[in-house]
Design a protein around this ligand. Structure first.
Ligand code: AMP
Ligand code: MG
Length: 413
């Protein structure tokens, strides 16, 4: 049996970055940028007002206050989207809206709340009383404040979030070059499996793994392709596993332990190459990895929580590496264990657990329910995997333990 770290290293040594593709802006969300994004214009393209108010010359209002207002004549009304036609001279102001270009001659904007309009509403042809002083440049947003024409706005390797999409739009990019989403084939194995829409007959259970896995693939940034169920014979298993090279990787569940009908490993050795099939961990020691036609293949164990933990430890980093993400490890936090744990000393344990704020180290942690790998509720209720090291067989309440946060993305803490 190899360790979890050895297994991750073996897997990642086989994984290559996927090529880039150009996609419409919104499709780039959550993906890794493959090329720098350069601006075609200054943003903002012109000096503009940060407030609804009056554009004026700050020297004109040097002594202005509520009790001693300065009266200016209003020469123009400038809504957003309009180019000013009149310069602001001494003793003059232009009524200006947020985002409208600042007229020449003006060097400050006083917000409308600090002014008092005349009976005509303080618009062009009338007057306005200014009730405050202004600083040079106050409430004026400068041209090219965000970026200059020709400058890089977004850097290759960055993850595209909503703000990056807004930036790309503001500099004229309707499409972005991003890493392709890994296409992940999902195959469940087992004669006992029926579809979610069916009521299981005698000896049958519903296929839940295809669904939890598809969700994990989506969350990891991949594109799930659920191929269906392989029955527990070599012919059926071979038929689906041989489709592995049509995708960027394939994940199967079940059929990898020591049972009489566990044929996945056998078929993998026949049509592909086996790298390892057992990792010193619990849940889910029979983690199988290899390649079929050069394409990575993961044979995850069948128990629903073993499947999900195996995905988390080995498949998720693979998908992220292919998709161009630099950070491949989830945030970890040390927490104080609130109860004793007994374990087998020969393997790493990943207990489905819940971190809570509190205690000396900032967090306490407790298991989130029954730890049977056949059950999913503790995985659902928990927010972390409590990682308990090999070599230990008893961990006492009060011990500081390492927890892998499943509620936070890689590189976010
Ligand atoms: P196996 O490794 O094939 O012996 O499967 C281990 C356990 O996981 C058995 O109890 C299976 O019934 C269960 N199992 C296997 N595949 C699935 C699946 N797709 N959905 C839910 N449970 C499964
Ligand atoms: Mg099975």
């Amino acid at each position: 049996m190899i360790t979890v770290e050895e297994a991750i290293e073996q897997v990642l040594s086989r994984i290559a970055l996927l090529p880039a593709e150009r996609v419409p802006l919104l499709d780039a969300l959550g993906r890794v940028l493959a090329e720098d994004v350069i601006s075609d214009i200054d943003v903002a393209p012109f000096d503009n007002s940060a407030m609804d108010g009056y554009a004026l010359r700050y020297a004109d209002v040097a002594g202005a206050s509520e009790d001693h207002p300065v009266t200016l004549s209003v020469v123009e009304h400038i809504p957003a989207g309009m180019a000013p036609e009149r310069a602001v001279g001494p003793g003059q102001a232009s009524r200006i809206m947020t985002g409208a270009p600042v007229p020449s001659g003006a060097d400050a904007v006083v917000m409308v709340e600090r002014t008092r309009a005349d009976a005509g509403g303080g618009t062009a042809g009338g007057t306005v009383e200014i009730l405050t002083t202004a600083k040079l440049g106050e409430n004026i947003r400068g041209r090219a404040e965000e970026v200059r024409a020709g400058e890089v706005v977004l850097i290759a390797g960055e993850t595209i979030g909503p703000a990056a999409i807004g930036l790309a739009a503001s500099v004229g990019h309707a499409e972005l070059s991003v890493r392709r989403r890994p296409r992940v084939a999902i195959v469940s194995t087992g004669d006992e499996l029926v579809a979610v829409t069916e009521k299981p007959g005698p000896g049958k259970i519903r296929n839940s793994n295809s669904h939890s896995l598809a969700a994990q693939v989506l969350e990891a940034g991949g594109e799930p392709h659920v191929l269906g169920v392989a029955r527990d014979n070599e012919q059926s298993t071979r038929a689906l596993l041989s489709r592995c090279p049509e995708f960027d990787l394939m994940v199967t569940t079940g059929g990898v332990s020591m049972g009489d009908f566990d044929v996945v490993r056998k078929v993998l050795e026949e049509i592909g190459e086996l790298d390892f099939w057992k990792v010193a961990m619990r849940p889910g020691a029979p983690q199988t990895f290899g390649t079929i036609g050069g394409t990575p293949f993961f044979g995850l164990p069948g128990n629903p929580t073993s499947t999900m933990v195996g995905f988390e430890m080995f498949v998720r980093p693979t998908i992220r590496r292919m998709a161009g993400f630099i950070s491949l490890t989830r945030p970890r936090v040390v927490a104080t264990l609130t109860h004793d744990v007994k374990k087998k000393s020969d393997r790493r344990y990943f207990l489905r657990a819940r971190l809570t704020k509190g205690g000396e180290r900032g967090y306490t942690v407790a298991i989130a329910g029954n730890q049977s790998s056949a059950l999913l509720t503790a995985m659902h209720r928990g927010n972390c995997l409590m990682s308990l090291p090999e070599g230990e067989s008893f961990i006492a309440a009060g011990t500081e333990v390492m927890c892998i946060r499943l509620d936070m993305e890689e590189g976010t803490a």
